[in-house]
Design a protein around this ligand. Sequence first.
Ligand SMILES: [Zn+2]
Length: 488
Amino acid sequence: MGIKEVSGVIHGHFYQPWRIAPFSRIPHTLIARQKKEPNPGKCFNWTELIAQQCYLALMNGDPAQSAYRHMSFNFGPTLIEQLKILCPGFLGQLIEADSLSRNAIAQAFFHTILPLDMPQDQLIQVAWGKDYFSHTFKRTPEAMWLPEAAVSLELLSFIAALGMKYAIISPTAVKRVKELGTWKDVKLTAEGRPDLLPGQPYQVRGLDPNFYVFVFDPELYHLTDQTEFLNAPPSPNWVDVFRKRLGQSGFITMATDGEFFGHHRKKGAENLLALFHQKNPGIRFTNYGTVLEEALCPPREVGVIELNPESSWSCSHGFGRWDNGCGCNKENEWRRPLREALQWLALQFDDTFIKETQTTFPFPLKPKVKYIQVLTGAKTFHQFLAEQSVRPNLTPAEFAIHSALCNAMVPRYAMFVSCAWFFEGMGLEADISLGFAAELARTLLPFKPKIEQELRSRLALVKNPGHEKRHQLPDAAHIYDNIIALAA
Ligand SMILES: [Zn+2]
């Protein structure tokens, strides 16, 4: 026997915000060049550039030879929708790579900080993500990636209720662990590594015992994040480096933005492929679904973890980055007021939806959950209505109202995408979010004639400090007005 075989799961979270024009929802890619974004080199927008550097590079021209065959991955639905246009053959190859490996997992439909959404919104977004995955990959997903790894017990309960087997969480999510009958606090090492067994499934206190979580190891991410490592020419020493750093744990578990490989780190795609294609690497790359099956066969008792109330992977302050502000950024005053303005608008929609459709949809959650079938094209709106409505024979005017309000669920949920809050100040990403808000407000105008005026006065309170140095607009109301003017 040589060196003990190491198993490893490298998870890539591939995602881009949905670049579509407000109101028309025409993808930016199809709009004239005036929508060209600053700085993506020769490419039209960042998604196109990143597709070349990362998504296509990792495909390596052949699903069987691709990185996707060896790594766990999720592609956000809004990225897949853009890639269908930008790289028409790509999705078919991705599906083939998944059919060879079972490596794909689902993602909540819009990339929102789910625990900050209202419970019903969380449920709708994870249900949409599950159905989108099944429609795309032609199989039921086993797990769901949580945007920004933002997690709560409530959110995991929704995912478990949808029949998912596991989720991947950050070590900062774990408060305590029970192993061999004893609870202990989980401490992190200086590298942020949790005092847990890597690559082991854990049950979660308070959840269905048939649902598990895996905790990724940030040390491995930090290791590969060293620019000189991923920017170096393809190196046969990855496995050696991993082994040295990880000691005898026998398991490598890493999760990162997939764009890291090839976009954030230019040699990342090349190096990752070299790692997967090494001869006799002494490491078996697999996915958590396989690890889970092996860990539970034969059935055995596993550890139980207790979650911290709030945690994510891009903010060490819980959800502060997307809510009331935190130490991750200097300028924070705008974050909470923007969220509050959009939450107010969302409630206006929810209220209108109930009032206008209550005789057709007496239980609105079910049609809201099922509307994903229209978005994927699995059903026409007529078919959807025939199945979900308790009242046949809508008048043409009623049909138009139902169609408009159901269609407005897209901006209703999309406007909370996490990217809007991610950066310093309100830039391109906040613009996308407010574009959805504008579309939603305009849809609600016939039902609430003052809605735009009221929304605008709320947005005027969302100041954008430091906007001048970033060539941005001074507050969210100005951004809103600009969106309306461009759409006119
Ligand atoms: Zn933070």
